[in-house]
Design a protein around this ligand. Structure first.
Ligand code: SAH
Length: 252
């Protein structure tokens, strides 16, 4: 029952990699896969790379070559929902591609030939991830957010929008949100990989769950201190939540 743990950036992965017992490095499709055990469970750690196509390729290799039975994604995202602040965590309920538009052939955001715009995450795995985030962030969250003068992290659950754009302009973020709302979708966060991973997992029937720590508000400040935030906040958050998730996960 191998679990894949994907991250987009090296800094997001670093703390997780240190937890692997007898890690073995396997190279495939220009990616480095780390196979090992974590709390007695078989896991594969890999960087998705950035963007939807890269993330889809990585997910396909995980499933085809490493026979993973569930996929967990941890990373960072821009907060676009009301009350979704820097330092908060969003556990994905579903994903949508905000840059997918085949109108008038299909309705806006609809994935052609799938008959739908959103893809749901696995309810059981996501419920475990939510619980892991709520429990895991209590100690570590307090310590980190205080030292960085952030508010205590809130854990949200909802829709995440993915697209091949780093959104760093308030009007672009507002437009993205109002357009999605006009089609009946309420995004909490925006990032660049999740919907692609969700689609590949959907195709293979592999359960998928994802969490994103909010690194920015998708505005003009979005690029500032991005890597500092990832190493000081997102990386320890991911470690705390994934450690908890692994102990909660059944079917080891
Ligand atoms: N600056 C980084 C690249 C970051 S790309 C570097 O030099 O390596 C942004 C990554 O963070 C992607 O994985 C994306 O999923 C996520 N992300 C965070 N904030 C985002 C935003 N405002 N818009 C889109 N993606 C965002």
């Amino acid at each position: 029952m191998t679990l894949a743990i994907m991250s987009a950036l090296l800094d997001e992965q670093r703390g997780l990699l240190e937890q692997l017992v007898s890690p073995q490095r396997v190279k495939r499709a220009g990616r480095t896969f780390w196979c090992g055990q974590w709390a007695g469970q078989d896991v594969v750690l890999v960087l998705s790379k950035v963007g939807k196509v890269a993330a889809a390729t990585t997910t396909t290799v995980l499933i085809e070559a490493f026979d993973v039975k569930s996929v967990l994604f941890t990373g960072v995202a821009g907060g676009v929902g009301a009350g979704v602040k820097v330092g908060d965590v969003v556990v994905a309920e579903a994903f949508i591609q905000h840059d997918l538009n085949s109108a008038p052939l299909f309705s806006r955001y609809e994935i052609p030939l799938y008959g739908r715009a959103t893809l749901d995450c696995d309810p059981l795995l996501s419920a475990l991830l939510l619980e892991a985030a709520q429990l895991g962030l209590v100690g570590v969250g307090d310590h980190i957010h205080r030292s960085l003068l952030l508010e205590a992290p809130k854990v949200h659950r909802g829709l995440i929008a993915s697209g091949d754009q780093f959104v760093c302009d308030p009007s672009a973020a507002a437009l993205l949100r109002t357009d999605l709302q006009a089609a009946g979708h309420e995004p909490l966060a925006v990032e660049m990989e999740g919907a692609a991973v969700a689609q590949v997992c959907h195709d293979y029937g592999v359960p998928f769950a994802a969490m994103r720590t909010i690194s920015d508000r998708a505005d003009a400040q979005a690029h500032l201190d991005f890597s500092a935030f990832v190493s000081q906040v997102a990386s320890p958050y991911a470690l705390a939540v994934v450690s908890r998730f692994i102990t909660l996960r059944p079917g080891k």
